[in-house]
Design a protein around this ligand. Structure first.
Ligand SMILES: Cc1cc2nc3c(=O)[nH]c(=O)nc-3n(C[C@H](O)[C@H](O)[C@H](O)COP(=O)(O)OP(=O)(O)OC[C@H]3O[C@@H](n4cnc5c(N)ncnc54)[C@H](O)[C@@H]3O)c2cc1C
Length: 433
């Protein structure tokens, strides 16, 4: 059969964390999967480069923990806020390690994509998906059914079609292909915006990542978000600010000014300044709380940032990219084994089961801290108690223990119960794409 006629089991658009994990798990199960990635690895990707224990677990499951040997292993989080600071180790957990890594996306993403390729996936790099091929014989439900995608290789003028029985859209936060199919973001739900830059620092191998909970705009007003300094272990630190845009009044805040203010204000021991800066900061959006949908069509699934999978509590998206890619692969496996396209609906159910109630609590938390006074009170109370902050870390990093309910788990259950009485965001009106 010629290349043009070949119909792959699955075509994956994008080879970031969600696309590569999906391709890995499909290839591991023996399916014929092709990943289409517009960039060529290694490639830069704007990120804080922080892997929590959740992300490490997924990488270990893909047989990649050994490949992280050169990355910087860290043991916990140091939080600063309103003049106080606290150091917290990652908690012990039956499913997750008690450490994380920092590693640049330049190095990380190629490792995972290569692992998927070594497992049997076809990786087409330098190849952009420029259009979708709609299968008009099947009604859109609610996304159009696809028979493949149209791609253009770097430097080529002509396009070609790659056919697949199923398509996974994992093209990141801007998700041009997702939006082309009709996905949109629920505008009432929070969206993060973040900026990061690298600096040379003597503290590049600090054992803690650092988070500052009282970042301010140029007028000194506390804004909802946080600043971070993540040691990279290679002479650099990754420095950034993230802003949660939940309300109109934060729409005008300039993240570049926030970044400058944060760099001025950060502890001097990090040595941040114009002379140690390794280049201008770059930024991106963080669609969070499963705010983007629909995520399931007749033969299409949306994974990772393209589906708004980032954790609103902490802006973490790499682990959720790996996890949603893996859940997508599981649903596709059932469909390909004979259950057919209907089996894809299990993906949305699994997403809701895994993240629905938790993200609902997180979204409420984000709304609360959008009010500067509420934010100040929360941080000031929290920072007075090691016990409280350690429990909060477990909740915010989604590292609660199902086997041994303690204060974090009990507190979280209370919050979840309260949030049940709040409106279900999926019932909110979705604006036209
Ligand atoms: C400033 C900033 C800091 C962050 N810090 C952290 C952090 O420290 N830890 C954390 O866990 N998360 C962090 N995040 C979030 C994290 O980066 C994302 O959640 C994660 O990258 C999502 O993975 P993904 O695979 O869904 O998308 P992406 O990583 O964006 O991957 C999408 C891939 O698709 C490719 N692509 C796009 N369009 C096409 C096309 N048409 N054809 C072919 N290929 C295409 C892209 O080149 C890319 O490789 C941060 C985000 C930002 C903006």
């Amino acid at each position: 059969m010629g290349a043009a006629e070949r119909v792959h089991d699955v075509v994956v658009v994008g080879a970031g964390p969600s696309g590569s994990s999906c391709a890995y798990w499909l290839a591991d199960a023996g399916w014929d999967v092709v990943m289409v990635e517009k960039k060529v690895f290694p490639r830069e990707k704007t990120c804080g480069d922080g892997l929590t224990p959740r992300a490490v677990r997924q990488l270990a499951d893909m047989g990649l923990e050994g490949a992280l040997a050169g990355a910087h292993r860290y043991t916990g989080l140091r939080a600063f806020g309103f003049g106080q600071s606290i150091e917290m180790q990652w908690p012990e957990h039956p499913h997750f390690p008690d450490y994380g890594y920092t590693i640049s996306r330049h190095d990380l993403d190629g490792l995972v994509a290569t692992r998927a390729a070594q497992t049997g996936a076809t990786l087409l790099q330098g190849t952009e998906v420029v259009d979708v091929v709609v299968d008009d014989s099947v009604p859109a439900s609610p996304l159009p059914a696809l028979s493949g995608v149209t791609v253009r290789e770097r430097g080529a003028t002509r396009t070609r079609v790659i056919k697949g029985h199923y398509v996974v859209v994992a093209d990141g936060s801007n998700s041009r292909i997702g939006r082309m199919l009709g996905t949109s973001r629920l505008r009432d739900l929070p969206l993060g915006m973040a900026l990061r830059g690298y600096y040379r620092s003597d503290r590049h191998d600090d054992a803690f990542i650092e988070s500052h909970l009282d970042i301010r705009d140029a007028d000194g007003t506390v804004v909802p978000g946080y600043g971070w300094i993540f040691p990279m272990g290679d002479g650099r630190v990754n420095v950034g600010v993230g802003l949660l845009s939940t309300e109109q009044r934060w729409k005008g805040v300039n993240t570049s000014t926030l970044m400058d203010t944060f760099v001025d204000y950060a502890p001097k021991s990090w040595g941040l300044g114009a002379e140690t800066s390794l280049g201008p900061p770059t930024g991106g959006k963080l669609p969070m709380g499963l705010s983007v949908g629909p995520r399931v069509g007749h033969n299409v699934l949306i994974a990772g940032d393209a589906g708004g999978a980032i954790n609103p509590f902490n802006g973490e998206g790499i682990a959720y990219g790996y996890e949603t890619g893996r859940l997508a692969a599981a649903a596709l496996g059932h469909a390909l084994t004979g259950a057919g396209a209907r089996a894809l609906r299990a993906y949305d159910r699994e997403l809701t089961a895994a993240y629905g109630p938790y993200y609902k609590v997180a979204r409420s938390f984000v709304h609360l801290i959008s009010h500067p006074d509420a934010m100040r009170v929360c941080v000031q109370i929290g920072m007075r108690s090691d016990l409280l902050m350690n429990q909060l870390l477990r909740i915010m990093a989604n590292l609660m223990r199902p086997d041994a309910p303690g204060p974090a788990e009990i507190g979280y259950r209370g919050l979840e119960l309260i949030s049940r009485f709040l409106p279900d965001p999926d019932a909110l009106e979705r604006p036209a794409a």
